[in-house]
Design a protein around this ligand. Sequence first.
Ligand code: 8GT
Ligand code: MG
Length: 317
Amino acid sequence: MPKRRVHVAAAAILNEQGQVLIARRPATVDQGGLWEFPGGKLAPYETGLEALKRELCEELGIEITRAQPLIRIHHEYPDKHILLDVWETRQFSGEPFGREGQAVRWVEIADLYNYAFPAANLPILRAVALPREYLITPEEADEAIFETRLIRALDEDGVRLVQLRAKELDEAAYIARAEKALAICHARGARLLLNAEPAMLDKVDADGIHLTSVRLAELAEKGERPIPDNKWLSASTHDQQQLDQAGQVVCDFVSLSPLRVTPSHPERPPLGWHDFQSLVEQACMPVYALGGMSRHDSDHARAVGAQGIASIRDFWK
Ligand SMILES: Nc1nc2c([nH]c(=O)n2[C@@H]2O[C@H](COP(=O)(O)OP(=O)(O)OP(=O)(O)O)[C@@H](O)[C@H]2O)c(=O)[nH]1
Ligand SMILES: [Mg+2]
């Protein structure tokens, strides 16, 4: 018999302190006792957003005035296929409380990992912790220019996630630049990922590693995550096969490119939004749109299921 298909709308509700609201499922229901993002099943006539508004009113007594798509997750439970349609909201009226008697709690995003959630929820924990914009640094021969531009992107554009990509530097120069970039990022509450071999984390204690698609393919053969769970792991992907490999090495998130034709890779045919959306829909992790993207594309990227946009040029001025 085919599995039951269940479509659920749920919300990451954020307050002004940047905490997120979680609720505990009653002991008597499916997945009882686990924590969850409030929400529930769509009625046959509802859109995801309509169901979300109704559920948050029923379960928490709040009215949401604005919400944005965060991530969609397809997950196979033994008895059903579930589509979790997760939204992010910061604008709502009323003070949430457990209207059905359930426990609710505001928690720091960094503390979410201390709570037990249903198996489908891991990508949501990653998505709420990640920003909408991802800066990839370009080749930059001059150290002083590199530093000035990185500081500008963090201070003026509010970038909070950076990948240090510097293929033209030898190892010693890369390490020196990484140490400097790490201090600049951490002083501003931003994270730095190294586009390097996973072993580079032994030399520079950055926040994680970004894998090129070639490294990703090599590591996927071993089928295990190359770095500890408390570091971020991301990878460059361009198609379904590489997205599958990212799942095999347990990446926390990926970039998927090229959305548009770019001067750096003129030979690669662009995906366009349609193919991008189909690939993102099946991905089991947050995905950044890359290739000719700017911050103006961020809302559209979100609307088609992405975490946001990744860019070199838009942030490097
Ligand atoms: N709301 C919510 N449901 C989740 C999450 N993660 C997850 O796997 N689910 C699953 O999605 C389904 C949601 O159903 P629900 O029990 O909330 O539905 P509901 O509010 O409409 O309740 P009802 O069926 O009692 O009317 C459950 O099977 C639940 O285990 C989550 O973070 N939030
Ligand atoms: Mg519910």
